[in-house]
Design a protein around this ligand. Structure first.
Ligand code: GUN
Length: 288
C-alpha cells in the first residue's frame, strides 16, 4: 500500500488565516481579543505570545493581561468581569492551566458565553451537545476541518477518540457525533484499547503519550488525527502516534508538528471574528 497522505495542517491553516485576514479588513473596526495569563508558566507564556502574533498579523487587536501567580481568585474574577463588560473587547481567553489555588471551573464559568472564544463555558458546551450554533473549542474544530480536507462526507464512519479531556476529547467526540459519525470515546480505563482503535475509520488521539499508538492499532485506510504534543529530552516534538508505522497503514495522517497545532491557532482567530459578528447581531452566512 502507498504511504499515507500527510495532512499539511500548516498550509491548510495558512489558507484559513488568509481568508480571516481578508474578512477582518472588511470590518468597520478591528476585532479585539483579550487574553489573561496568571503566573509565569513558560509554555503558557509562549502560547499566548504566539496567539498575539497571529492576531496582530490578521489585524485583530490583542490585549494581554498578566497577573502574578499569587493573584487571588477574586482578583481574576474581577478582571474577567471587567473584560466581559468592556464593549471594545470581543473575545476573552483565560490561559489554562491556572495556579492550584484558583478554581478553573469558576473562572471559565465567569466568562460571558458570547465572548468565550475557547468554547469552554457550560453554555457553549451545552449548545454544542444540542447541535446548536455556538463558539466551539478550537482544537476539535481544527480537527474536523482537517478531516474534511481529506474526506468531505464523514457521515456513518466509525470514529474512535482516545482521550476525554474537556479541551479536546469530549468536544471532539461531540462534533464527530454531530457529523453523523458513530463515535467511541476511550480513555485510561478502557480495556483492549488497540482492539477498539483498529476498528476506527477515523482515529483521533489526544492523550500526550508520545508514540503510544502503534501501526497495528490502525485500520488500513483509516484517517489518523494526532493531537498529542510532547516535548522530548532531545528537544524534538512528538505526537501520540508512531508516525513512521502509521504512515504505512493509514490513508491520511496529521504530522506533529505542523498538523493539528497550526489549526488550533487559526480556529481561535476564526472564533474571535465570529464572536465579533455575533455580538453585533450579524448572522454568519455559513456555519463553522
Ligand atoms: N491551555 C492549553 N490549551 C488551551 C486552550 O486551548 N485554551 C486555553 N485557554 N488554555 C489552554
Amino acid at each position: 500500500m502507498a504511504d499515507a497522505i500527510i495532512i499539511d495542517g500548516k498550509s491548510i491553516a495558512e489558507g484559513y488565516l488568509a481568508k480571516i485576514k481578508q474578512e477582518v479588513e472588511g470590518l468597520p473596526t478591528p476585532p479585539c481579543l483579550a487574553m489573561v495569563l496568571v503566573g509565569e508558566n513558560p509554555a503558557s507564556l509562549l502560547y499566548v505570545r504566539y496567539k498575539q502574533k497571529h492576531a496582530e498579523s490578521l489585524g485583530i487587536t490583542s490585549l494581554l493581561y498578566m497577573l502574578p501567580a499569587e493573584a487571588s481568585e477574586a482578583e481574576l474574577l474581577h478582571l474577567v468581569n471587567d473584560l466581559n463588560q468592556n464593549p471594545q473587547i470581543d473575545g476573552v481567553l483565560v490561559q489554562l492551566p491556572l495556579p492550584e489555588h484558583i478554581d478553573e471551573f469558576k473562572v471559565i464559568s465567569a466568562i460571558r458565553p458570547d465572548k468565550d472564544v475557547d468554547g469552554f463555558t457550560t453554555e457553549n458546551i451545552g449548545l454544542l451537545a444540542l447541535k446548536k450554533d455556538c463558539l466551539v473549542p478550537c482544537t476539535p474544530l481544527g480537527c474536523i476541518k482537517l478531516l474534511k480536507s481529506v474526506e468531505k462526507d464523514i457521515s456513518g464512519l466509525n470514529a474512535v477518540v482516545v482521550g476525554r479531556s474537556n479541551i479536546v476529547g469530549r468536544p471532539l467526540a461531540q462534533m464527530l457525533l454531530n457529523e453523523n459519525c458513530t463515535v467511541t470515546v476511550t480513555h485510561s480505563h478502557t480495556k483492549d484499547l488497540p482492539d477498539i482503535c483498529v476498528k476506527a475509520d477515523i482515529l483521533a488521539v489526544a492523550v500526550g503519550n508520545p508514540g503510544m499508538v502503534k501501526g497495528n492499532w490502525i485500520k488500513p485506510g483509516a484517517i489518523v488525527l494526532d493531537v498529542g504534543i510532547s516535548y522530548m529530552p532531545d528537544k524534538s516534538i512528538r505526537g501520540d502516534v508512531d508516525f513512521a508505522e502509521a504512515l504505512k497503514v493509514a490513508k491520511a495522517i496529521t504530522p506533529v508538528p505542523k498538523g493539528v497545532g497550526p489549526m488550533t491557532k487559526a480556529m481561535l482567530m476564526h472564533n474571535t471574528v465570529k464572536a465579533y459578528k455575533k455580538r453585533r447581531g450579524w448572522h454568519d452566512a455559513q456555519p463553522d
